[in-house]
Design a protein around this ligand. Structure first.
Ligand code: PLP
Length: 379
């Protein structure tokens, strides 16, 4: 660090220069990200609350109230108005919290969790951090094979993880069936709906097929949902929802020098700005606004799906706004798309994966199809 501070102009110059090195959602060429431009109102609210700390919630009772209201709104969307929970940094932290609670509630000597092979890598991180043995369950048609889960539950199992909106394919596991196993075997069922939590509730209303996944299913103990994905909220904002507030006792930590003497989150100092922003955008948009958001993304996804099929590509019928296609020369296609300025991603198997987020427009879809039409005869 230099001895003397620089002028704001100088610092801004460097900031703008750095920002020019970043991709911009507004260019419409990012088809790989599960995040998007936050709603303009989110940016204003974030700034207003940028000095609030929910790690010392006794000082910020007003903001803590907003966090509670945000959690209630997400809870009511996901089948339980009185769900308990917190606004966190994202899906990784929420998954760690869900599994931390499961581990402490069950108190097994050699704790294990069972998660689908399709689970996001944050589940691996959670298992590693929490000292849980991760048992991977097999996949059938991109969803967890429930009979494999059943066969893997044993006396060490503390939790089953189900996915509602898998990262690579957007598929939804059979949470009802997982719930039956969880209840019968008395284990925790954590649902990772980081992406799907703000998509699936609207799919059915819009006439798309979608499985149930939320607290209306009895065995579901906790749900991860990320407002910084399809929620149009600023990064960072994830959320852990718990069926029962009593579960928190299992991770209680004494925080003697703070205004509140007990903490129930992994992080200490926590941005109240995230909680206020989640509250603000959920309130501003309401169910209607989010339904419209999902409608737009799904219409573009289905248009792209039909166009990709017309081009002779093997496309998986999308469950939500994630499209995956394959081709014998997919490496060459992928390289040419990247060279052409598109940010696309690949699945573990190498298929090409596109996420149609709110920043994607009809124009960018047309431009993408146009580029693919030119590329395909060349590969
Ligand atoms: N869970 C799922 C299903 C995800 O798709 C992701 C991220 O894409 C995560 C968890 C992790 O979320 P974050 O990157 O916000 O920590």
């Amino acid at each position: 660090m230099q001895e003397k501070g620089r002028s704001e102009e100088e610092v801004l110059k460097r900031l703008f220069e750095a920002s020019r090195g970043d991709w911009k959602y507004s260019d419409g060429k990012i088809l790989s990200s599960m995040c998007t431009s936050p709603h303009p109102f989110a940016k204003r609210v974030y700034e207003l609350f940028s000095d609030t700390n929910l790690g010392d919630a006794g000082l910020f009772k007003g903001t803590k109230g907003l966090e509670n209201e945000a959690v209630n709104m997400l809870g009511s969307l996901l089948g339980k108005r009185d769900a308990s929970g917190f606004i966190l940094s994202g899906g990784t932290e929420a998954n760690i919290m869900g599994l931390w609670i499961a581990r402490n509630m069950k108190q097994r000597k050699n704790p294990e969790i069972i998660a689908p092979e399709t689970a996001h890598f944050s589940i691996e991180k959670a298992a590693d951090v929490l000292g849980l043995k991760l048992i991977k369950a097999e996949i059938k048609e991109h969803c967890v094979d429930v009979s494999d889960v059943k066969s893997k539950v044993n006396e060490n199992t503390v939790a089953i993880v189900g996915i509602a909106g898998s990262t690579e394919y957007g598929t939804i596991d059979d949470i009802e069936a997982l719930s039956r196993i969880a209840i019968k075997k008395d284990v925790f069922l954590h649902v990772d709906a980081a992406f799907g939590g703000l998509v699936i509730p609207f799919l059915k209303e819009l006439g798309y097929e979608a499985r149930g996944f939320d607290f209306s299913i009895d065995g579901v103990s906790s749900i991860t949902v990320d407002p910084h994905k399809m929620g149009l909220v600023a990064i960072p904002s994830g959320c852990i929802l718990l069926r029962d507030e009593g579960l928190l006792k299992s991770i209680e930590t004494i925080s003697p020098y703070l205004t509140e003497k007990r903490q129930y989150t992994l992080t200490g100092t926590r941005p109240g700005a995230s909680a206020a922003t989640v509250y603000a955008i959920l309130s501003l948009l309401g169910r209607e606004g989010y339904r419209e958001n999902v409608k737009r993304c799904m219409e573009l996804t289905m248009t792209l799906y039909e166009e990709l099929k017309k081009l002779g590509l093997q496309v998986i019928r999308p469950t939500m706004n994630i499209l995956v296609f394959s081709h014998e020369n997919q490496d060459a296609i992928s390289k040419r798309l990247s060279d052409g300025g598109w940010s696309i991603s690949r699945t573990t198997k190498g298929e090409i994966r596109l996420v149609i987020m709110p920043h994607v427009t009809g124009e960018s879809i047309n431009a993408f199809i146009g580029d693919l039409e030119e590329i395909l005869p060349l590969v």
